[in-house]
Design a protein around this ligand. Structure first.
Ligand code: SF4
Length: 441
Protein backbone atom coordinates (compact mmCIF):
# COMPACT_ATOMS: atom_id res chain seq x y z
CA UNK A 1 0.00 0.00 0.00
CA UNK A 2 1.52 3.34 -1.07
CA UNK A 3 1.62 6.11 1.52
CA UNK A 4 0.60 9.63 0.47
CA UNK A 5 1.29 12.79 2.45
CA UNK A 6 -0.72 15.89 1.53
CA UNK A 7 0.51 19.35 2.50
CA UNK A 8 -1.92 22.22 2.02
CA UNK A 9 -1.30 25.97 1.75
CA UNK A 10 -3.78 28.78 1.23
CA UNK A 11 -7.52 29.17 1.46
CA UNK A 12 -10.44 26.98 2.56
CA UNK A 13 -10.91 25.97 -1.10
CA UNK A 14 -7.47 24.33 -1.09
CA UNK A 15 -8.20 22.62 2.24
CA UNK A 16 -11.44 21.33 0.78
CA UNK A 17 -9.71 20.11 -2.43
CA UNK A 18 -7.11 18.27 -0.34
CA UNK A 19 -9.85 16.60 1.72
CA UNK A 20 -11.47 15.27 -1.46
CA UNK A 21 -8.13 14.17 -2.94
CA UNK A 22 -7.42 12.26 0.30
CA UNK A 23 -10.93 10.74 0.19
CA UNK A 24 -10.56 9.47 -3.37
CA UNK A 25 -6.97 8.22 -2.85
CA UNK A 26 -8.01 6.31 0.28
CA UNK A 27 -10.90 4.74 -1.68
CA UNK A 28 -8.40 3.65 -4.33
CA UNK A 29 -6.18 1.86 -1.83
CA UNK A 30 -3.61 4.49 -0.87
CA UNK A 31 -2.78 5.12 2.76
CA UNK A 32 -3.05 8.78 3.83
CA UNK A 33 -0.02 9.55 6.03
CA UNK A 34 0.03 12.19 8.75
CA UNK A 35 3.72 12.93 8.28
CA UNK A 36 6.01 13.13 5.28
CA UNK A 37 8.44 10.65 6.88
CA UNK A 38 8.42 7.46 4.85
CA UNK A 39 5.73 8.75 2.49
CA UNK A 40 5.99 7.31 -1.04
CA UNK A 41 4.21 10.29 -2.51
CA UNK A 42 4.20 13.90 -1.29
CA UNK A 43 1.54 16.20 -2.71
CA UNK A 44 1.95 19.95 -2.17
CA UNK A 45 -1.28 21.89 -2.65
CA UNK A 46 -0.08 25.41 -3.42
CA UNK A 47 -1.43 28.96 -3.10
CA UNK A 48 -0.40 31.86 -5.33
CA UNK A 49 -2.17 34.67 -3.51
CA UNK A 50 0.79 35.54 -1.28
CA UNK A 51 4.11 36.84 -2.55
CA UNK A 52 6.90 34.61 -3.82
CA UNK A 53 4.75 31.48 -4.12
CA UNK A 54 7.20 29.89 -6.54
CA UNK A 55 10.19 30.63 -4.32
CA UNK A 56 8.40 29.01 -1.38
CA UNK A 57 7.58 25.96 -3.49
CA UNK A 58 11.21 25.74 -4.60
CA UNK A 59 12.33 25.77 -0.95
CA UNK A 60 9.71 23.22 0.07
CA UNK A 61 10.54 20.79 -2.75
CA UNK A 62 14.22 21.08 -1.78
CA UNK A 63 13.38 20.25 1.84
CA UNK A 64 11.26 17.27 0.81
CA UNK A 65 14.04 15.98 -1.43
CA UNK A 66 16.55 16.37 1.39
CA UNK A 67 14.22 14.53 3.82
CA UNK A 68 14.67 11.13 5.34
CA UNK A 69 13.25 9.17 2.47
CA UNK A 70 15.42 9.67 -0.57
CA UNK A 71 13.02 9.55 -3.46
CA UNK A 72 9.33 10.12 -2.82
CA UNK A 73 7.20 11.07 -5.82
CA UNK A 74 6.57 14.81 -5.52
CA UNK A 75 3.37 16.26 -6.99
CA UNK A 76 2.34 19.91 -7.12
CA UNK A 77 -1.36 20.79 -7.02
CA UNK A 78 -3.32 24.03 -6.59
CA UNK A 79 -3.00 27.52 -8.04
CA UNK A 80 0.77 27.54 -8.71
CA UNK A 81 0.38 24.25 -10.60
CA UNK A 82 -2.49 25.63 -12.68
CA UNK A 83 -0.73 28.91 -13.49
CA UNK A 84 2.75 27.57 -14.18
CA UNK A 85 1.87 24.17 -15.66
CA UNK A 86 4.72 22.20 -17.21
CA UNK A 87 7.16 25.11 -16.89
CA UNK A 88 7.50 24.04 -13.23
CA UNK A 89 9.49 20.97 -14.32
CA UNK A 90 12.20 23.26 -15.70
CA UNK A 91 11.97 25.92 -13.02
CA UNK A 92 12.10 23.61 -9.97
CA UNK A 93 14.14 20.43 -9.96
CA UNK A 94 12.58 17.45 -8.21
CA UNK A 95 8.92 17.77 -9.23
CA UNK A 96 7.42 14.60 -10.75
CA UNK A 97 3.89 15.72 -11.57
CA UNK A 98 1.77 18.85 -11.87
CA UNK A 99 -2.00 18.75 -11.29
CA UNK A 100 -4.19 21.78 -11.99
CA UNK A 101 -7.00 23.11 -9.80
CA UNK A 102 -9.75 21.33 -11.76
CA UNK A 103 -7.86 18.07 -12.31
CA UNK A 104 -7.88 17.06 -8.62
CA UNK A 105 -10.25 14.17 -9.33
CA UNK A 106 -7.51 12.41 -11.34
CA UNK A 107 -4.62 12.43 -8.84
CA UNK A 108 -4.59 8.61 -8.53
CA UNK A 109 -4.17 8.26 -12.33
CA UNK A 110 -1.37 10.86 -12.24
CA UNK A 111 0.48 8.92 -9.51
CA UNK A 112 0.11 5.64 -11.40
CA UNK A 113 1.43 7.30 -14.53
CA UNK A 114 4.53 8.54 -12.72
CA UNK A 115 5.18 5.08 -11.22
CA UNK A 116 4.72 3.45 -14.64
CA UNK A 117 6.47 5.91 -16.93
CA UNK A 118 8.56 8.22 -14.76
CA UNK A 119 8.31 11.89 -13.86
CA UNK A 120 7.08 14.73 -16.07
CA UNK A 121 3.31 14.05 -15.93
CA UNK A 122 0.92 17.00 -16.00
CA UNK A 123 -2.87 17.33 -16.02
CA UNK A 124 -4.32 20.84 -16.29
CA UNK A 125 -7.64 19.64 -17.71
CA UNK A 126 -11.20 20.39 -16.69
CA UNK A 127 -13.18 18.76 -13.88
CA UNK A 128 -14.81 15.44 -14.82
CA UNK A 129 -18.60 15.83 -15.14
CA UNK A 130 -19.05 12.94 -12.68
CA UNK A 131 -16.56 14.40 -10.17
CA UNK A 132 -17.40 13.19 -6.65
CA UNK A 133 -17.65 16.08 -4.14
CA UNK A 134 -17.93 13.78 -1.13
CA UNK A 135 -15.43 14.08 1.73
CA UNK A 136 -15.04 10.99 3.92
CA UNK A 137 -15.41 11.60 7.65
CA UNK A 138 -11.82 10.52 8.41
CA UNK A 139 -10.38 12.97 5.85
CA UNK A 140 -12.08 16.10 7.19
CA UNK A 141 -9.84 18.71 8.85
CA UNK A 142 -12.20 18.58 11.84
CA UNK A 143 -14.76 16.01 13.05
CA UNK A 144 -17.20 18.84 13.82
CA UNK A 145 -16.66 21.43 11.08
CA UNK A 146 -17.01 20.80 7.32
CA UNK A 147 -16.29 22.96 4.28
CA UNK A 148 -18.70 22.68 1.37
CA UNK A 149 -17.76 24.43 -1.90
CA UNK A 150 -20.87 25.97 -3.48
CA UNK A 151 -19.20 27.98 -6.25
CA UNK A 152 -15.82 27.59 -7.89
CA UNK A 153 -13.75 30.16 -9.75
CA UNK A 154 -14.33 33.86 -10.26
CA UNK A 155 -15.62 36.11 -13.07
CA UNK A 156 -14.79 39.42 -11.43
CA UNK A 157 -11.18 40.04 -12.53
CA UNK A 158 -10.17 42.49 -9.82
CA UNK A 159 -6.97 43.94 -11.30
CA UNK A 160 -4.66 42.79 -8.47
CA UNK A 161 -5.91 39.20 -8.25
CA UNK A 162 -4.69 36.00 -9.87
CA UNK A 163 -7.65 33.81 -8.84
CA UNK A 164 -9.71 34.10 -12.06
CA UNK A 165 -6.65 32.80 -13.92
CA UNK A 166 -5.85 29.99 -11.48
CA UNK A 167 -9.39 28.89 -10.64
CA UNK A 168 -11.20 29.65 -13.90
CA UNK A 169 -14.72 31.04 -14.39
CA UNK A 170 -17.54 30.78 -11.84
CA UNK A 171 -19.31 27.43 -11.74
CA UNK A 172 -22.06 26.90 -9.14
CA UNK A 173 -22.77 23.48 -7.72
CA UNK A 174 -26.35 22.19 -7.88
CA UNK A 175 -28.29 23.06 -4.73
CA UNK A 176 -29.52 19.45 -4.44
CA UNK A 177 -25.88 18.26 -4.22
CA UNK A 178 -25.06 20.90 -1.58
CA UNK A 179 -28.08 19.91 0.50
CA UNK A 180 -27.18 16.22 0.14
CA UNK A 181 -23.73 16.96 1.53
CA UNK A 182 -25.11 19.03 4.42
CA UNK A 183 -27.48 16.21 5.42
CA UNK A 184 -24.69 13.64 5.18
CA UNK A 185 -22.40 15.77 7.35
CA UNK A 186 -25.19 16.27 9.86
CA UNK A 187 -25.69 12.50 10.10
CA UNK A 188 -21.97 11.99 10.72
CA UNK A 189 -21.87 14.44 13.66
CA UNK A 190 -20.77 17.68 11.99
CA UNK A 191 -22.09 20.70 13.88
CA UNK A 192 -20.92 23.56 11.69
CA UNK A 193 -20.69 23.83 7.93
CA UNK A 194 -19.00 26.57 5.92
CA UNK A 195 -20.43 27.23 2.47
CA UNK A 196 -17.32 28.33 0.63
CA UNK A 197 -16.30 29.93 -2.65
CA UNK A 198 -14.44 32.98 -3.93
CA UNK A 199 -17.78 34.84 -4.12
CA UNK A 200 -20.51 32.82 -2.47
CA UNK A 201 -23.24 35.37 -3.03
CA UNK A 202 -22.64 35.26 -6.80
CA UNK A 203 -24.07 31.70 -6.55
CA UNK A 204 -26.07 30.98 -9.71
CA UNK A 205 -26.72 27.28 -10.43
CA UNK A 206 -27.88 26.12 -13.88
CA UNK A 207 -31.21 24.98 -12.45
CA UNK A 208 -33.04 25.75 -9.23
CA UNK A 209 -33.49 22.07 -8.47
CA UNK A 210 -33.58 21.69 -4.70
CA UNK A 211 -34.56 25.35 -4.14
CA UNK A 212 -38.13 25.27 -5.52
CA UNK A 213 -39.83 25.53 -2.15
CA UNK A 214 -37.63 28.32 -0.76
CA UNK A 215 -38.22 32.02 -1.18
CA UNK A 216 -35.52 34.66 -1.55
CA UNK A 217 -34.45 37.53 -3.76
CA UNK A 218 -31.31 35.78 -5.06
CA UNK A 219 -30.33 32.12 -5.63
CA UNK A 220 -27.83 32.48 -2.76
CA UNK A 221 -30.43 33.68 -0.25
CA UNK A 222 -32.72 30.83 -1.38
CA UNK A 223 -29.83 28.42 -0.87
CA UNK A 224 -29.19 29.82 2.63
CA UNK A 225 -32.84 29.20 3.56
CA UNK A 226 -32.71 25.69 2.06
CA UNK A 227 -29.54 24.81 3.97
CA UNK A 228 -30.97 26.31 7.17
CA UNK A 229 -34.01 24.05 6.75
CA UNK A 230 -31.80 20.93 6.97
CA UNK A 231 -31.55 21.62 10.71
CA UNK A 232 -27.74 21.55 10.82
CA UNK A 233 -26.74 23.44 13.96
CA UNK A 234 -24.55 26.14 12.44
CA UNK A 235 -24.02 27.59 8.97
CA UNK A 236 -21.30 30.07 8.03
CA UNK A 237 -20.44 31.33 4.54
CA UNK A 238 -17.33 32.89 3.11
CA UNK A 239 -16.34 34.99 1.06
CA UNK A 240 -18.96 37.56 0.07
CA UNK A 241 -18.56 39.94 -2.87
CA UNK A 242 -19.90 43.42 -1.93
CA UNK A 243 -21.67 44.17 -5.25
CA UNK A 244 -23.64 40.90 -5.05
CA UNK A 245 -24.40 41.12 -1.32
CA UNK A 246 -28.19 41.51 -1.39
CA UNK A 247 -29.94 42.72 1.82
CA UNK A 248 -32.10 39.59 1.59
CA UNK A 249 -29.06 37.68 2.92
CA UNK A 250 -29.42 39.62 6.18
CA UNK A 251 -33.16 38.84 6.18
CA UNK A 252 -32.32 35.14 5.83
CA UNK A 253 -29.89 35.36 8.78
CA UNK A 254 -32.53 37.07 10.92
CA UNK A 255 -35.10 34.37 10.07
CA UNK A 256 -32.85 31.40 10.82
CA UNK A 257 -31.03 31.00 14.12
CA UNK A 258 -28.63 28.45 12.59
CA UNK A 259 -27.27 31.02 10.10
CA UNK A 260 -24.40 32.41 12.13
CA UNK A 261 -23.67 35.99 13.19
CA UNK A 262 -20.72 36.56 10.88
CA UNK A 263 -20.24 38.21 7.48
CA UNK A 264 -16.85 38.65 5.77
CA UNK A 265 -17.23 41.45 3.21
CA UNK A 266 -13.89 42.48 1.67
CA UNK A 267 -13.91 46.22 0.93
CA UNK A 268 -10.23 46.62 -0.16
CA UNK A 269 -10.19 50.44 -0.17
CA UNK A 270 -12.14 53.46 1.08
CA UNK A 271 -11.50 55.47 -2.10
CA UNK A 272 -13.79 55.22 -5.13
CA UNK A 273 -10.86 56.18 -7.35
CA UNK A 274 -8.79 53.23 -6.07
CA UNK A 275 -11.79 50.86 -6.12
CA UNK A 276 -12.23 51.72 -9.80
CA UNK A 277 -8.56 51.05 -10.52
CA UNK A 278 -8.93 47.75 -8.65
CA UNK A 279 -12.09 47.01 -10.69
CA UNK A 280 -13.97 46.03 -7.57
CA UNK A 281 -17.40 46.90 -9.05
CA UNK A 282 -18.65 48.61 -5.88
CA UNK A 283 -18.48 52.19 -4.64
CA UNK A 284 -18.03 53.31 -1.07
CA UNK A 285 -21.63 54.54 -0.99
CA UNK A 286 -22.98 51.15 -2.09
CA UNK A 287 -20.69 49.42 0.42
CA UNK A 288 -21.92 51.65 3.26
CA UNK A 289 -25.53 50.76 2.38
CA UNK A 290 -24.72 47.10 2.95
CA UNK A 291 -22.89 47.91 6.18
CA UNK A 292 -25.84 50.00 7.40
CA UNK A 293 -28.21 47.07 6.82
CA UNK A 294 -25.87 44.68 8.64
CA UNK A 295 -25.46 47.06 11.58
CA UNK A 296 -29.22 47.59 11.80
CA UNK A 297 -29.84 43.86 12.08
CA UNK A 298 -31.62 42.44 15.09
CA UNK A 299 -28.74 39.93 15.23
CA UNK A 300 -25.33 41.11 16.51
CA UNK A 301 -23.54 40.30 13.24
CA UNK A 302 -19.76 40.32 13.43
CA UNK A 303 -18.30 42.05 10.40
CA UNK A 304 -14.84 41.35 8.98
CA UNK A 305 -13.05 42.59 5.88
CA UNK A 306 -9.86 42.68 3.75
CA UNK A 307 -8.03 45.91 2.89
CA UNK A 308 -5.08 46.60 0.60
CA UNK A 309 -2.95 49.71 1.22
CA UNK A 310 -0.49 51.21 -1.27
CA UNK A 311 -2.28 50.09 -4.45
CA UNK A 312 -0.78 51.77 -7.58
CA UNK A 313 -1.77 55.42 -7.65
CA UNK A 314 -3.11 55.48 -4.06
CA UNK A 315 -2.63 59.05 -2.82
CA UNK A 316 -2.55 60.29 0.76
CA UNK A 317 -6.12 61.49 0.27
CA UNK A 318 -7.21 58.02 -0.95
CA UNK A 319 -5.57 56.51 2.11
CA UNK A 320 -7.28 59.00 4.45
CA UNK A 321 -10.60 57.95 2.88
CA UNK A 322 -9.74 54.35 3.75
CA UNK A 323 -9.09 55.37 7.37
CA UNK A 324 -12.44 57.18 7.50
CA UNK A 325 -14.17 54.17 5.95
CA UNK A 326 -12.69 51.89 8.64
CA UNK A 327 -13.83 54.30 11.37
CA UNK A 328 -17.34 54.33 9.88
CA UNK A 329 -17.68 50.56 9.44
CA UNK A 330 -16.15 49.59 12.80
CA UNK A 331 -15.08 46.15 11.63
CA UNK A 332 -14.74 43.39 14.21
CA UNK A 333 -11.60 42.33 12.39
CA UNK A 334 -9.71 43.39 9.25
CA UNK A 335 -6.97 41.66 7.29
CA UNK A 336 -4.78 44.51 6.09
CA UNK A 337 -2.20 43.88 3.35
CA UNK A 338 0.48 46.00 1.76
CA UNK A 339 -0.01 45.86 -2.01
CA UNK A 340 2.51 43.76 -3.88
CA UNK A 341 2.26 43.11 -7.62
CA UNK A 342 1.40 39.62 -8.85
CA UNK A 343 2.77 38.63 -12.26
CA UNK A 344 -0.01 37.88 -14.72
CA UNK A 345 -2.51 40.38 -13.26
CA UNK A 346 -3.52 43.70 -14.92
CA UNK A 347 -2.21 45.64 -11.89
CA UNK A 348 1.23 44.15 -12.53
CA UNK A 349 1.42 46.44 -15.57
CA UNK A 350 0.62 49.54 -13.45
CA UNK A 351 3.50 51.51 -11.93
CA UNK A 352 3.95 50.29 -8.34
CA UNK A 353 4.44 53.91 -7.34
CA UNK A 354 3.83 53.93 -3.58
CA UNK A 355 7.28 53.46 -2.01
CA UNK A 356 7.58 50.47 0.32
CA UNK A 357 8.30 52.69 3.37
CA UNK A 358 5.11 54.61 2.65
CA UNK A 359 3.14 51.36 2.28
CA UNK A 360 4.52 50.29 5.66
CA UNK A 361 3.57 53.63 7.24
CA UNK A 362 0.01 53.39 5.88
CA UNK A 363 -0.23 49.75 6.96
CA UNK A 364 0.87 50.56 10.54
CA UNK A 365 -1.30 53.62 10.78
CA UNK A 366 -4.43 51.76 9.56
CA UNK A 367 -3.61 48.78 11.76
CA UNK A 368 -3.49 51.07 14.82
CA UNK A 369 -6.89 52.55 13.95
CA UNK A 370 -8.37 49.08 13.43
CA UNK A 371 -6.80 47.70 16.61
CA UNK A 372 -8.38 50.46 18.72
CA UNK A 373 -11.80 49.82 17.13
CA UNK A 374 -11.41 46.06 17.54
CA UNK A 375 -10.45 46.30 21.22
CA UNK A 376 -13.46 48.48 21.89
CA UNK A 377 -15.80 46.18 19.92
CA UNK A 378 -14.49 43.08 21.73
CA UNK A 379 -15.41 44.61 25.12
CA UNK A 380 -19.09 44.17 24.29
CA UNK A 381 -18.74 40.43 24.83
CA UNK A 382 -17.42 40.80 28.39
CA UNK A 383 -19.86 39.22 30.85
CA UNK A 384 -22.07 37.94 28.02
CA UNK A 385 -22.93 34.32 27.47
CA UNK A 386 -22.06 33.23 23.93
CA UNK A 387 -22.55 29.94 22.16
CA UNK A 388 -19.29 28.15 21.28
CA UNK A 389 -18.54 24.95 19.39
CA UNK A 390 -15.87 23.09 21.37
CA UNK A 391 -13.56 22.01 18.54
CA UNK A 392 -10.26 20.86 20.06
CA UNK A 393 -7.77 21.19 22.88
CA UNK A 394 -6.20 24.61 23.26
CA UNK A 395 -2.54 24.75 22.14
CA UNK A 396 -1.62 26.32 25.49
CA UNK A 397 -3.14 23.87 27.96
CA UNK A 398 -4.58 20.36 27.88
CA UNK A 399 -7.20 21.47 30.42
CA UNK A 400 -8.61 24.08 28.08
CA UNK A 401 -10.70 23.63 24.97
CA UNK A 402 -10.94 26.03 22.10
CA UNK A 403 -13.57 26.72 19.47
CA UNK A 404 -15.42 29.41 17.57
CA UNK A 405 -18.44 31.41 18.59
CA UNK A 406 -21.33 31.97 16.19
CA UNK A 407 -19.68 35.36 15.48
CA UNK A 408 -16.54 33.42 14.45
CA UNK A 409 -14.40 34.53 17.38
CA UNK A 410 -11.86 32.11 18.86
CA UNK A 411 -12.92 31.33 22.44
CA UNK A 412 -10.75 29.46 24.98
CA UNK A 413 -12.23 28.00 28.13
CA UNK A 414 -11.46 25.35 30.77
CA UNK A 415 -13.47 22.17 30.10
CA UNK A 416 -13.14 18.41 30.02
CA UNK A 417 -12.84 16.26 26.89
CA UNK A 418 -16.47 15.12 27.05
CA UNK A 419 -17.44 18.63 25.92
CA UNK A 420 -15.65 18.17 22.58
CA UNK A 421 -18.03 18.45 19.63
CA UNK A 422 -20.74 20.12 21.70
CA UNK A 423 -22.16 23.60 21.32
CA UNK A 424 -22.06 25.15 24.76
CA UNK A 425 -22.80 28.47 26.43
CA UNK A 426 -19.63 30.17 27.62
CA UNK A 427 -19.64 33.31 29.74
CA UNK A 428 -16.91 35.65 28.56
CA UNK A 429 -14.55 36.61 31.40
CA UNK A 430 -11.57 37.92 29.42
CA UNK A 431 -11.01 39.75 26.16
CA UNK A 432 -7.91 39.96 23.97
CA UNK A 433 -7.51 41.68 20.60
CA UNK A 434 -8.26 38.53 18.62
CA UNK A 435 -9.75 36.03 21.06
CA UNK A 436 -11.99 35.62 24.06
CA UNK A 437 -11.63 33.68 27.29
CA UNK A 438 -14.57 32.31 29.20
CA UNK A 439 -16.11 29.84 31.60
CA UNK A 440 -18.78 27.22 31.06
CA UNK A 441 -21.72 28.03 33.30
S1 SF4 B 1 -13.63 38.83 -6.53
FE1 SF4 B 1 -11.72 39.83 -7.09
S2 SF4 B 1 -10.40 39.43 -5.31
FE2 SF4 B 1 -12.08 37.97 -5.17
S3 SF4 B 1 -11.31 36.13 -6.21
FE3 SF4 B 1 -12.44 37.33 -7.75
S4 SF4 B 1 -10.88 38.58 -8.75
FE4 SF4 B 1 -10.00 37.81 -6.83
Amino acid sequence: MKRVYLETFGCQMNVSDSERVATSLAQKGFEIADSEDNADIILINTCSVREKAEQKLYTRVGEVRAGKRQKPVVGVMGCVAQLEGETLFNKIQGIDMVIGTRAVGRVAEAIENVFDYGSGYSDLGERDPEYDWTVAEEQRHSPYVAFIPIIEGCNKFCTYCIVPFSRGREVSLPASEIIRQVLEHRRSGVKEIHLIGQNVNSYRPKTESGLESFSGKTPFSRLLRAVAATGIERIKFNTSFPRDFHPDIVDAIEENENLCNWVHLPVQSGSDRVLKAMRRLHTIESYFKRIDRLKASSRDISLTTDIIVGFPGETEEDFENTVRMVEYCEFDSAYIFKYSPRPGTPAYEMPDDVPNEEKTRRFRSLEAVQRAIQSRRMQRYLGRSISVLAEKHSARSSEHLTGHSTCHRVVNFPASDDMLGKIIDVTVTGVKTNSLFGEVK
